[in-house]
Ligand binder design. Structure first.
Ligand SMILES: Nc1ncnc2c1ncn2[C@@H]1O[C@H](COP(=O)(O)OP(=O)(O)OP(=O)(O)O)[C@@H](O)[C@H]1O
Length: 239
């Protein structure tokens, strides 16, 4: 695994309406790794993801992509540069079928019309379960199936970097386990760099290469998953 960073922040500050949430965050997602970001509710994990993707503006510091400082960070440019976000809470339109959702996603990702068929085929090869769901309305799907749709939609831009915000939310443990394998495969077989924000630490650590812990808007610890698995006491100490 290369140790160069695909996404990086230096002294990053961000918040809402003048209220600071992130303070002096030096963060690094390395090329080709699955990085697990953990921390309590309200620690600022989603805020970091949103700033990295340009959904909220930074108030200070720098964001670097491939080692280059970005003057402006906004979702369209990040998508074009190969970064995709799977938002918390899935965000699928309940009234649309999966096929319609994918068509909309291909258009939104700016995939040229001649490439759309092949692109969808690629996504379906990564998430084969979606094939059987294409004519179903998203609102009639289970939580895990909706999460699969949401990930599939994010993959339509064929990103090299995937930011995932709590994919386990609302899922039974077994469904989350089923979801983790395709995530690991994206990294192993397609060389994707993946940032996984998770509360379901025990499961998420099984597919992670590195772990960082956030508390009150600051990164307080970095470690390897091996040092935490099976050792709940150590994990609890971090919080
Ligand atoms: N849209 C918003 N407007 C104002 N404050 C917000 C907004 N979104 C989040 N916050 C606040 O920012 C802080 C960090 O929230 P954030 O969602 O980043 O935490 P988190 O670590 O992702 O938590 P969770 O695990 O519960 O999703 C919290 O105090 C939260 O109340």
């Amino acid at each position: 695994m290369s140790t160069s960073a695909i996404l990086q922040t230096r002294d990053l500050q961000a918040g809402y309406g003048g209220r600071p949430v992130l303070s002096n965050v030096d963060f690094e997602l390395r090329t080709g790794e699955v990085l697990c970001l953990i921390g309590h509710n309200g620690a600022g994990k989603s805020t970091l993801l949103k700033v990295l993707f340009g959904l909220i503006a930074r108030q200070g510091g720098e964001i670097l992509l491939d080692g280059k400082r970005l003057a402006q960070v906004e979702p369209r440019a990040m998508t074009a540069a190969g970064v995709a976000l799977v938002p918390e809470g899935r965000g699928v339109f309940p009234g649309l079928t999966v096929a319609e959702t994918m068509r909309l996603g291909l258009w939104a990702a700016g995939v040229p019309e001649t490439e759309r068929g092949a692109r969808l085929d690629w996504v379906l090869s990564v998430l084969p379960m979606l094939r059987t769901l294409m004519e179903r309305r998203a609102g009639t799907l289970s939580g895990g199936q909706q999460q699969m749709v949401s990930i599939g939609r994010a993959l339509l831009s064929r990103p090299r970097c995937l930011l995932m915000d709590e994919p386990s939310i609302g899922l039974a443990p077994k469904l989350f386990q089923d979801l983790l394998q395709p995530i690991r495969a994206l990294q192993r077989e397609h060389g994707m760099s993946i940032l996984l924000v998770e509360q379901n630490v025990k499961e998420a650590l099984k597919i992670s290469d590195r772990v960082v812990v956030m508390k009150s808007g600051a990164l307080i610890h970095e470690t390897l998953p091996d040092t935490l698995t099976g050792d709940n006491a150590k994990l609890m100490e971090l919080y």
